[in-house]
Design a protein around this ligand. Structure first.
Ligand code: FAS
Ligand code: PHB
Length: 385
C-alpha cells in the first residue's frame, strides 16, 4: 500500500487531520489499534473552543454540532459559598461550545467513507520505519506495510510515535499531579446552566454536562484512589458538598460511566523529526481543568494540515519546517493556563494553611478584577491560532 500521509490513531487529532487533508485532495490513511466501537464509546472531553468548532464548520461536518452543541457564554468558579462568574462572552466576544468529544469522534468517523478517508481498524502493533528518510513506512500485524511520504503521529500519550524520535533530539517536560479526577456520567439534568469549577476544603469538583438531560461531574481524588471506594451515593454526597450553592440543586441518578483519570502536564519537543510529525496527546498532555486537551489536538492539526497541503499544492516546505515551533508556542500557553488553573482549584497534599489562604485570596482577587477575569476568559475560549 502507498499513500501520501500515513496517520497513526483515530482520535480527534488523527480524524480531524485526515479530513482536512482529504478535503484538500491529499491522500492519507489512518491506522487505528482499537475497533470502531471501542473508539466511539470513549467518554472524554466536553468543551470545544472556537478553533475546534471552526474546523468542523469548515469541513461541513457540523450538522449535529449545530443542532445539539450548547453555546456557553460563561462559567463559575466557586470557593465555599461564593460563585464568581467568568463572563467569557462579554470579556472576549467569544463563547465555547459544550459538545462531547465522543460526539465529535462519531461525526468524524461517520463522514469518513463519503469523503474518501480510509480508516484501518484493529491495526495491531503498528511500527514506524525510516522516519529519517524520504521514504518512511509503517508496518502492522500480519506483515502489512504502508509506504508513505509523511507519518503523522496522532496516537495519544501511550502510542508508539513519540518513541520514534531519537533520544538525542527529544526533550520532554513533565509535571505529574498527586491526584486524579473521578468522573461520572448520568442521565440527569445538570445542576446549573453553566459549568461550575469548585475548590472546596475537601478538594476540587466540576459540574459539567453533555446535554440538558445528561450531566458530567468530576471530583478530585487522591493519586491511586480505587473506584470501589466510591459507590454512587458517596460520590453524589461529595459533589453536593464541594459544589457550593449549585450542589444543593444536583439531581442524582445511576452512573452510565464512572472512571478515574490521572492528571499530568507533559510536553515533548520537538514535535517533528524527519518525515514524522506529532500532533495531539502523543506530543503533549494537559490536566483537563482548562478543557484544553482535545482543543490542542485540533490546533496542532490545523497547523500540520496547512503545512502538508502547502507542500503538496505549492511545493512549499516552509510551514513543514516550522510546524513544531509554531504548534509548540500555542501548546505551551495552554499548558501554562491548565497548570495555573489546576494549582488554583485543587487541594495539594503538601500544601498548608498559608497555601490555602493564597488560593482563597487569588479567588477573592479574581472576583473583584476585570483584568484577572479577562485573562482567564481569553485563555478559556482559546487563544487565536
Ligand atoms: P487520543 O488519545 O484521543 O487518540 C489516540 C488514538 O490513537 C486512540 O484512538 C488510540 O486507540 C490510538 N492508538 C494508540 N496507540 C496506537 C497504536 N499503537 N497504533 C494505532 N493506534 C493507536 N480533555 C479535555 O479537554 N477534557 C476532559 O475531560 C478530558 N478527559 C480525559 C479523560 C481521559 C481518560 C483521557 C485519557 C483524556 C482526557 N482528556 C480530556 C484529554 C483528551 O480529550 C485528549 O486531549 C484527546 O483525546 C487528544 O486527542 P488525540 O491526540 O487524538 O489522542
Ligand atoms: C467535561 O465536560 O468533560 C469537561 C468540561 C470542562 C473541563 C473538563 C472536562 O475543564
Amino acid at each position: 500500500m502507498k499513500t501520501q500521509v500515513a496517520i497513526i490513531g483515530a482520535g480527534p487529532a488523527g480524524l480531524l487531520l485526515g479530513h482536512l487533508l482529504r478535503a484538500a485532495g491529499v491522500a492519507c490513511v489512518i491506522l487505528e489499534r482499537q475497533s470502531r466501537a471501542y473508539v466511539e464509546a470513549r467518554i472524554r472531553a466536553g468543551v470545544l473552543e472556537r478553533t475546534t468548532t471552526d474546523l468542523l464548520h469548515r469541513l461541513g461536518i457540523d450538522a449535529r454540532l449545530n443542532a445539539e452543541g450548547l453555546p456557553h457564554h460563561g462559567f463559575g468558579l466557586v470557593d465555599g459559598e461564593r460563585t464568581v462568574r467568568i463572563d467569557v462572552a462579554a470579556l472576549t466576544g467569544h463563547a465555547v461550545t459544550v459538545y462531547g468529544q465522543t460526539e465529535v469522534t462519531r461525526d468524524l468517523i461517520a463522514a469518513a467513507p463519503e469523503r474518501g478517508l480510509d480508516i484501518i481498524w484493529e491495526a495491531g502493533d503498528v511500527a514506524l520505519h525510516d522516519v529519517d528518510s524520504s521514504a518512511p513506512f509503517l508496518t502492522w500485524a500480519d506483515g502489512q506495510r504502508l509506504d508513505t511520504d509523511f507519518i503523522a503521529g496522532c496516537d495519544g500519550f501511550h502510542g508508539p510515535s513519540r518513541a520514534a524520535l531519537p533520544a538525542a533530539v527529544q526533550k520532554s517536560f513533565e509535571c505529574v499531579y498527586p491526584f486524579g479526577w473521578l468522573g461520572i456520567l448520568a442521565d440527569v439534568p445538570p445542576c446549573d446552566d453553566e459549568l461550575i469549577y469548585a475548590n472546596h476544603d475537601n478538594g476540587f469538583a466540576l459540574a459539567s454536562m453533555r446535554s440538558p438531560t445528561r450531566s458530567r461531574y468530576y471530583i478530585q481524588v487522591p493519586d491511586g484512589e480505587r473506584m470501589d471506594n466510591w459507590p454512587d451515593d458517596r460520590l453524589w454526597d461529595e459533589l453536593a458538598l464541594r459544589l457550593g450553592p449549585a450542589g444543593a440543586r444536583i439531581v442524582r441518578g445511576p452512573a452510565l460511566e464512572k472512571s478515574i483519570a490521572p492528571l499530568r502536564s507533559f510536553v515533548c519537543e520537538p514535535m517533528q523529526h524527519g518525515r514524522l510529525f506529532l500532533a495531539g496527546d502523543c506530543a503533549h498532555v494537559v490536566p483537563p481543568t482548562g478543557a484544553k486537551g482535545l482543543n490542542l489536538a485540533a490546533s496542532d492539526v490545523a497547523y500540520l494540515s496547512a503545512a502538508l497541503i502547502g507542500f503538496y499544492h505549492d511545493g512549499d516546505e516552509a510551514l513543514l519546517h516550522g510546524y513544531s515551533a509554531r504548534a509548540a508556542a500555542r501548546v505551551w500557553k495552554a499548558e501554562r493556563f491548565s497548570w495555573q488553573l489546576t494549582k488554583l482549584m485543587h487541594r495539594f497534599p503538601e500544601d498548608g494553611r498559608f497555601e490555602r489562604r493564597m488560593q482563597l485570596a487569588e479567588l477573592d482577587y479574581i472576583a473583584g478584577s476585570v483584568a484577572a477575569q479577562t485573562a482567564i476568559a481569553e485563555n478559556y475560549v482559546g487563544l487565536p491560532l
